[in-house]
Design a protein around this ligand. Structure first.
Ligand code: PMT
Length: 226
Protein backbone atom coordinates (compact mmCIF):
# COMPACT_ATOMS: atom_id res chain seq x y z
CA UNK A 1 0.00 0.00 0.00
CA UNK A 2 1.20 3.49 -0.85
CA UNK A 3 2.74 5.37 2.03
CA UNK A 4 0.72 8.27 3.49
CA UNK A 5 -1.81 7.96 0.68
CA UNK A 6 -4.55 9.04 3.12
CA UNK A 7 -2.84 12.32 4.07
CA UNK A 8 -5.36 15.16 4.27
CA UNK A 9 -8.27 12.74 4.72
CA UNK A 10 -10.46 12.48 7.81
CA UNK A 11 -11.69 8.95 8.47
CA UNK A 12 -14.17 7.88 11.14
CA UNK A 13 -14.04 4.29 12.41
CA UNK A 14 -16.32 2.53 14.87
CA UNK A 15 -14.97 -0.41 16.88
CA UNK A 16 -16.15 -2.79 19.56
CA UNK A 17 -19.57 -3.95 20.64
CA UNK A 18 -22.44 -1.93 22.03
CA UNK A 19 -23.95 -2.87 25.39
CA UNK A 20 -27.63 -2.31 26.03
CA UNK A 21 -28.30 -2.00 29.76
CA UNK A 22 -31.09 -3.84 31.56
CA UNK A 23 -30.30 -2.51 35.02
CA UNK A 24 -27.20 -1.06 36.76
CA UNK A 25 -25.40 -4.44 36.64
CA UNK A 26 -26.63 -6.22 33.47
CA UNK A 27 -26.60 -5.64 29.74
CA UNK A 28 -27.19 -7.30 26.38
CA UNK A 29 -23.91 -7.40 24.48
CA UNK A 30 -21.83 -9.23 21.89
CA UNK A 31 -18.38 -10.74 21.46
CA UNK A 32 -16.63 -7.93 19.57
CA UNK A 33 -13.18 -7.22 21.02
CA UNK A 34 -12.58 -4.10 18.94
CA UNK A 35 -9.38 -5.52 17.42
CA UNK A 36 -10.52 -5.18 13.80
CA UNK A 37 -11.59 -1.55 14.29
CA UNK A 38 -8.34 -0.70 16.11
CA UNK A 39 -6.34 -2.30 13.28
CA UNK A 40 -8.24 -0.01 10.88
CA UNK A 41 -7.36 2.98 13.07
CA UNK A 42 -3.64 2.11 13.34
CA UNK A 43 -3.26 1.50 9.61
CA UNK A 44 -5.14 4.72 8.74
CA UNK A 45 -2.87 6.74 11.07
CA UNK A 46 0.17 5.09 9.45
CA UNK A 47 -1.14 6.10 6.03
CA UNK A 48 -1.45 9.73 7.07
CA UNK A 49 -5.18 10.12 7.78
CA UNK A 50 -6.72 12.12 10.58
CA UNK A 51 -8.53 9.39 12.49
CA UNK A 52 -11.55 9.56 14.78
CA UNK A 53 -12.03 6.21 16.48
CA UNK A 54 -15.37 5.70 18.20
CA UNK A 55 -15.06 2.75 20.51
CA UNK A 56 -17.67 0.82 22.43
CA UNK A 57 -16.59 -1.28 25.40
CA UNK A 58 -13.25 -2.54 24.07
CA UNK A 59 -10.99 -1.77 27.03
CA UNK A 60 -8.13 -1.42 24.51
CA UNK A 61 -5.46 1.29 24.90
CA UNK A 62 -5.85 4.33 22.62
CA UNK A 63 -4.02 3.90 19.31
CA UNK A 64 -1.30 6.55 18.96
CA UNK A 65 -2.34 9.47 16.81
CA UNK A 66 -6.10 8.81 16.77
CA UNK A 67 -8.82 10.88 18.45
CA UNK A 68 -10.78 8.42 20.56
CA UNK A 69 -14.43 8.84 21.54
CA UNK A 70 -15.92 6.39 24.05
CA UNK A 71 -19.53 5.23 23.89
CA UNK A 72 -21.59 2.47 25.48
CA UNK A 73 -24.86 1.90 23.66
CA UNK A 74 -26.04 1.92 20.03
CA UNK A 75 -27.90 5.19 20.59
CA UNK A 76 -24.70 6.81 21.93
CA UNK A 77 -22.70 5.34 19.04
CA UNK A 78 -25.15 6.86 16.55
CA UNK A 79 -24.78 10.33 18.13
CA UNK A 80 -20.97 10.10 18.05
CA UNK A 81 -20.84 8.79 14.46
CA UNK A 82 -23.21 11.47 13.14
CA UNK A 83 -21.19 14.18 14.90
CA UNK A 84 -17.81 12.95 13.64
CA UNK A 85 -19.06 12.16 10.11
CA UNK A 86 -19.89 15.80 9.40
CA UNK A 87 -16.49 16.50 7.82
CA UNK A 88 -15.34 12.90 7.19
CA UNK A 89 -14.09 11.62 3.84
CA UNK A 90 -14.89 8.05 4.88
CA UNK A 91 -16.82 6.29 7.64
CA UNK A 92 -16.05 2.65 8.42
CA UNK A 93 -18.48 0.80 10.68
CA UNK A 94 -16.52 -2.13 12.12
CA UNK A 95 -18.47 -2.09 15.40
CA UNK A 96 -20.97 -4.81 16.23
CA UNK A 97 -24.10 -2.81 17.00
CA UNK A 98 -27.04 -4.28 18.88
CA UNK A 99 -30.09 -4.32 16.62
CA UNK A 100 -32.39 -4.28 19.66
CA UNK A 101 -32.30 -2.89 23.19
CA UNK A 102 -34.42 -3.63 26.24
CA UNK A 103 -37.59 -1.54 26.15
CA UNK A 104 -37.06 -0.36 29.69
CA UNK A 105 -34.18 0.19 32.07
CA UNK A 106 -34.61 -0.70 35.74
CA UNK A 107 -32.97 1.94 37.93
CA UNK A 108 -32.43 -0.69 40.64
CA UNK A 109 -31.00 -4.18 40.22
CA UNK A 110 -33.68 -6.58 38.97
CA UNK A 111 -34.35 -9.09 41.76
CA UNK A 112 -35.51 -12.68 41.47
CA UNK A 113 -38.48 -13.38 43.69
CA UNK A 114 -39.04 -16.86 45.11
CA UNK A 115 -41.66 -18.86 43.23
CA UNK A 116 -42.15 -16.21 40.52
CA UNK A 117 -41.70 -16.83 36.82
CA UNK A 118 -39.08 -14.57 35.21
CA UNK A 119 -40.59 -11.47 33.61
CA UNK A 120 -40.45 -11.56 29.79
CA UNK A 121 -37.81 -9.37 28.22
CA UNK A 122 -39.27 -6.88 25.74
CA UNK A 123 -36.93 -5.45 23.13
CA UNK A 124 -37.26 -2.43 20.86
CA UNK A 125 -35.37 -1.68 17.66
CA UNK A 126 -32.16 0.37 17.72
CA UNK A 127 -31.38 2.86 14.95
CA UNK A 128 -29.50 1.41 11.97
CA UNK A 129 -26.53 3.75 11.86
CA UNK A 130 -24.93 2.34 8.71
CA UNK A 131 -28.16 2.56 6.70
CA UNK A 132 -28.76 6.09 7.95
CA UNK A 133 -25.31 7.49 7.11
CA UNK A 134 -25.35 5.69 3.73
CA UNK A 135 -28.73 7.17 2.77
CA UNK A 136 -27.90 10.65 4.04
CA UNK A 137 -24.22 11.41 3.28
CA UNK A 138 -22.86 14.23 5.39
CA UNK A 139 -20.85 15.49 2.39
CA UNK A 140 -20.75 14.73 -1.34
CA UNK A 141 -18.48 11.85 -2.25
CA UNK A 142 -18.23 10.61 1.33
CA UNK A 143 -17.43 6.87 1.31
CA UNK A 144 -19.27 4.54 3.67
CA UNK A 145 -17.95 1.09 4.53
CA UNK A 146 -19.86 -1.54 6.51
CA UNK A 147 -18.91 -4.88 7.97
CA UNK A 148 -21.02 -8.03 8.14
CA UNK A 149 -20.28 -11.01 10.36
CA UNK A 150 -22.21 -13.95 8.98
CA UNK A 151 -22.57 -17.62 9.91
CA UNK A 152 -24.58 -19.01 6.95
CA UNK A 153 -24.72 -18.29 3.21
CA UNK A 154 -22.01 -15.78 3.88
CA UNK A 155 -21.63 -14.19 0.44
CA UNK A 156 -25.32 -14.29 -0.49
CA UNK A 157 -26.22 -12.63 2.79
CA UNK A 158 -23.41 -10.14 2.31
CA UNK A 159 -24.68 -9.11 -1.11
CA UNK A 160 -28.20 -8.61 0.25
CA UNK A 161 -26.86 -6.62 3.19
CA UNK A 162 -24.76 -4.39 0.92
CA UNK A 163 -27.86 -3.45 -1.03
CA UNK A 164 -30.08 -3.10 2.02
CA UNK A 165 -27.64 -0.85 3.87
CA UNK A 166 -26.70 1.23 0.84
CA UNK A 167 -22.98 1.49 1.65
CA UNK A 168 -20.16 1.63 -0.93
CA UNK A 169 -18.18 -1.32 0.42
CA UNK A 170 -19.15 -4.18 2.72
CA UNK A 171 -16.51 -6.35 4.39
CA UNK A 172 -18.04 -9.80 4.79
CA UNK A 173 -16.35 -12.00 7.39
CA UNK A 174 -17.47 -15.45 8.41
CA UNK A 175 -17.84 -16.14 12.12
CA UNK A 176 -15.36 -18.87 13.02
CA UNK A 177 -13.02 -20.30 15.63
CA UNK A 178 -9.86 -18.40 14.78
CA UNK A 179 -11.18 -15.39 12.91
CA UNK A 180 -13.69 -12.58 13.19
CA UNK A 181 -14.78 -12.01 16.83
CA UNK A 182 -11.94 -11.74 19.33
CA UNK A 183 -9.04 -13.23 17.40
CA UNK A 184 -5.91 -11.56 16.02
CA UNK A 185 -6.65 -12.87 12.52
CA UNK A 186 -9.42 -12.46 10.02
CA UNK A 187 -10.42 -13.48 6.51
CA UNK A 188 -12.99 -11.70 4.35
CA UNK A 189 -14.43 -10.76 1.00
CA UNK A 190 -14.91 -7.05 0.42
CA UNK A 191 -17.99 -6.44 -1.74
CA UNK A 192 -18.33 -3.21 -3.67
CA UNK A 193 -21.60 -1.52 -4.68
CA UNK A 194 -19.98 -1.43 -8.15
CA UNK A 195 -20.07 -5.26 -8.18
CA UNK A 196 -16.40 -5.75 -7.27
CA UNK A 197 -15.40 -8.65 -4.99
CA UNK A 198 -12.00 -8.56 -3.29
CA UNK A 199 -11.05 -11.68 -1.34
CA UNK A 200 -8.66 -11.13 1.57
CA UNK A 201 -6.86 -14.31 2.66
CA UNK A 202 -6.55 -15.43 6.28
CA UNK A 203 -4.03 -13.23 8.07
CA UNK A 204 -3.59 -10.45 10.63
CA UNK A 205 -6.44 -7.95 11.02
CA UNK A 206 -4.00 -5.23 9.85
CA UNK A 207 -3.80 -6.87 6.42
CA UNK A 208 -7.57 -6.74 6.00
CA UNK A 209 -7.53 -3.15 7.27
CA UNK A 210 -4.93 -2.17 4.66
CA UNK A 211 -7.01 -3.75 1.89
CA UNK A 212 -10.02 -1.71 3.05
CA UNK A 213 -7.93 1.50 2.84
CA UNK A 214 -6.60 0.47 -0.61
CA UNK A 215 -10.19 0.12 -1.86
CA UNK A 216 -11.29 3.35 -0.16
CA UNK A 217 -8.27 5.18 -1.63
CA UNK A 218 -9.07 3.99 -5.16
CA UNK A 219 -12.63 5.25 -4.77
CA UNK A 220 -11.48 8.64 -3.45
CA UNK A 221 -9.59 8.95 -6.71
CA UNK A 222 -12.72 8.17 -8.73
CA UNK A 223 -15.17 10.44 -6.94
CA UNK A 224 -12.73 13.30 -6.47
CA UNK A 225 -13.99 13.78 -2.89
CA UNK A 226 -12.30 16.70 -1.20
O1 PMT B 1 -14.02 -6.58 17.22
P1 PMT B 1 -13.36 -7.87 16.78
O2 PMT B 1 -13.32 -8.90 17.88
O3 PMT B 1 -12.01 -7.61 16.14
O4 PMT B 1 -14.30 -8.51 15.64
C1 PMT B 1 -14.50 -7.83 14.44
C2 PMT B 1 -15.98 -7.89 14.00
C3 PMT B 1 -16.40 -9.33 13.77
C4 PMT B 1 -16.87 -7.26 15.06
C5 PMT B 1 -16.06 -7.06 12.67
O5 PMT B 1 -15.16 -7.62 11.72
C6 PMT B 1 -17.47 -7.11 12.09
O6 PMT B 1 -17.84 -7.96 11.31
N1 PMT B 1 -18.31 -6.11 12.50
C7 PMT B 1 -19.76 -6.08 12.15
C8 PMT B 1 -20.47 -7.11 12.99
C9 PMT B 1 -21.88 -7.45 12.56
O7 PMT B 1 -22.34 -8.52 12.75
O8 PMT B 1 -22.52 -6.54 11.96
P2 PMT B 1 -24.07 -6.65 11.50
O9 PMT B 1 -24.21 -7.65 10.41
O10 PMT B 1 -24.95 -6.75 12.69
O11 PMT B 1 -24.22 -5.20 10.91
C10 PMT B 1 -23.84 -4.87 9.60
C11 PMT B 1 -23.27 -3.47 9.58
O12 PMT B 1 -24.26 -2.52 10.02
C12 PMT B 1 -22.05 -3.24 10.46
O13 PMT B 1 -21.18 -2.36 9.76
C13 PMT B 1 -22.62 -2.56 11.70
O14 PMT B 1 -21.67 -1.68 12.29
C14 PMT B 1 -23.80 -1.79 11.12
N2 PMT B 1 -24.95 -1.64 12.05
C15 PMT B 1 -25.62 -2.73 12.51
C16 PMT B 1 -26.74 -2.58 13.32
C17 PMT B 1 -27.16 -1.27 13.65
N3 PMT B 1 -28.21 -1.09 14.43
N4 PMT B 1 -26.49 -0.20 13.18
C18 PMT B 1 -25.40 -0.36 12.38
O15 PMT B 1 -24.80 0.62 11.93
Amino acid sequence: SAERDLAGRHVVISAGGTREPLDPVRYLGNRSSGKQGYALARTAVARGARVTLIEANTGLPDPAGADVVRVGTAVQLREAVLKAAGDADAVVMAAAVADFRPESYAAGKIKKKDGEEPAPLTLVRNPDILAEISADRARPGQLVVGFAAETDDVLANGRLKLRRKGCDLLVVNEVGERKTFGSEENEAVVLGADGSETPVPYGPKEALADTVWDLVGERFGQTGAA
